[in-house]
Write a protein that binds this ligand. Structure first.
Ligand code: GAL
Length: 406
């Protein structure tokens, strides 16, 4: 009877379909699955095709998306990072629908912080709906292991290097664990923010400071020394496999976004503070390096009505408080119910309110995709050669090409 009543209510979208596209597969999937379940409760007659292309940070998914967008078969709605990643690629190419009227009808202008709305806006339009806020500048560790080794979490990159030597002397071969290329970019951005400060980091993306500035070159050199503390098999490790090495005590530290908190709690069932510990990445206390996952509506979506309803669900308070406690992120909305979140997320939410906020490059907030994807090669070359001047010059060339500071 109830099923019948619901079916009648949603008869407008009877036998509807919805294809959403993201990189949240496998053990990155539970938060999205919960959101899809909520959508299905609201729109029971719609069949959801939850299409995923696995690979952390969307490196693989973005390539598949490009083929589909250019081939004229876009998914109905797809994941993209809030900020320059979507704007610099699909908005400038005129492939996205302006969601301003949806923001208006849902009252989202007041529900989201103004800075978050401005991150997803350009040229008078609003181009995606943020489902969360993740933090990039977190250093994860295993509390029991640090105690056993007799070290504490370092507060600056200089201290980090000293702690690294101490741990090596105690037989820890790789005090730091890193994974494949994008996780090294992620580490690089944290060394930069920790060395240049929040304002110095922002100056790179406004073009005020060149990558060839001596301070930036020096930070590259620091990054090289930090990489000397890391495992030698980095390129073959996913971010989850890198996180596992904190859990099993192989390495002392990992710099990763707080999807790692989602992995530790949701997948590994570990408790914050005992199963895993965290602090801000060295030199970044008082700064919150943010990124947000968002979904947009491509022009030509086959199931446009269903896609708009999907955006409604993920932008709602209920949607965000269903998704984020499992994901490790906090809600992008201002009215989130923090009692649903664990101790880690509560600490992130408190910092989000009081810290200086800057955007992540690796995860699409401050730089266009053309910079971020090409920067991978700069990191690879630098890690092999440790030539800081050369890497800084190559990065500046990419910045010029991507129009950064123009
Ligand atoms: C980020 C994304 C996160 C998480 C992470 C690892 O780019 O914003 O939600 O999925 O990649 O894949």
């Amino acid at each position: 009877m109830l099923a019948l009543a619901l079916a009648t209510v949603s008869s407008a979208s009877a036998a509807g379909k919805l294809e959403i596209f993201s990189w949240w597969s496998g053990d990155e999937g539970p938060a999205l699955d919960a959101l899809v379940k909520l959508y299905k409760q609201k729109y029971p007659s719609v069949t959801v095709d939850n299409a995923t292309v696995s690979g952390g940070a969307g490196t693989n998914a973005k390539a598949v998306l490009k083929t589909r967008m250019l081939g004229g078969t876009p998914p109905d709605s797809f994941q993209a990072h809030a900020g320059q990643e979507l704007i610099g690629t699909w908005v400038v190419a005129n492939r996205m629908e302006d969601l301003s009227s949806l923001f208006k009808s849902e009252g989202w202008a007041k529900a989201f912080p103004a800075d978050v709305i401005s991150l997803v806006s350009s040229k008078g339009g609003i181009w995606s709906v943020p489902v969360n806020v993740h933090r990039s500048n977190v250093m994860w560790y295993n509390p029991a292991k640090l105690k056993a080794w007799g070290v504490t979490a370092p507060k600056t990159w200089a201290e980090f290097l000293t702690t690294c030597s101490t741990l090596k002397a105690k037989g820890v071969a790789a005090p730091l664990v890193v994974g494949e290329n994008w996780t090294q970019q992620h580490l690089w951005e944290n060394v930069m923010v920790g060395s240049l400060g929040a304002q110095g980091w922002q100056n790179l993306w406004s073009g005020k400071t060149k990558f060839t500035d001596p301070k930036v070159v020096a930070a590259f050199t620091t990054f090289g020394k930090v990489m000397d503390c890391a495992n030698k098999d980095a390129s073959g490790l996913s971010w989850q496999q890198a996180s596992d090495r904190i859990v099993d005590g192989t390495s002392a530290f990992n710099i990763m976004g707080d999807w790692a908190a989602g992995y530790f709690t949701t997948t590994k069932k570990l408790a914050p503070n005992t199963g895993f510990g965290w602090t801000t990445a060295p030199g970044t206390s008082g700064t919150f390096v943010m990124l947000a996952d968002a979904f947009g509506l491509p022009k030509g979506a086959k199931d446009r009505t269903e896609a708009i309803n999907w955006l409604r669900v993920l932008g709602s308070k209920q949607g965000q408080d269903t998704f984020n406690p499992l994901k490790g992120s906090i809600a992008a909305r201002l009215d989130s119910d923090l009692s649903k979140y664990n101790t880690y997320s509560k600490s992130a939410a408190a910092d989000w309110k009081k810290n200086k906020i800057v955007g992540s490059m690796t995860h699409g907030a401050v730089a266009p995709e053309s910079f971020t994807s090409a920067f991978g090669a700069v990191i690879d070359q630098f890690v092999a050669s440790k030539n800081a001047q050369g890497a800084a010059a190559a990065a500046q060339q990419l910045a010029n090409k991507a129009g950064i500071g123009k």
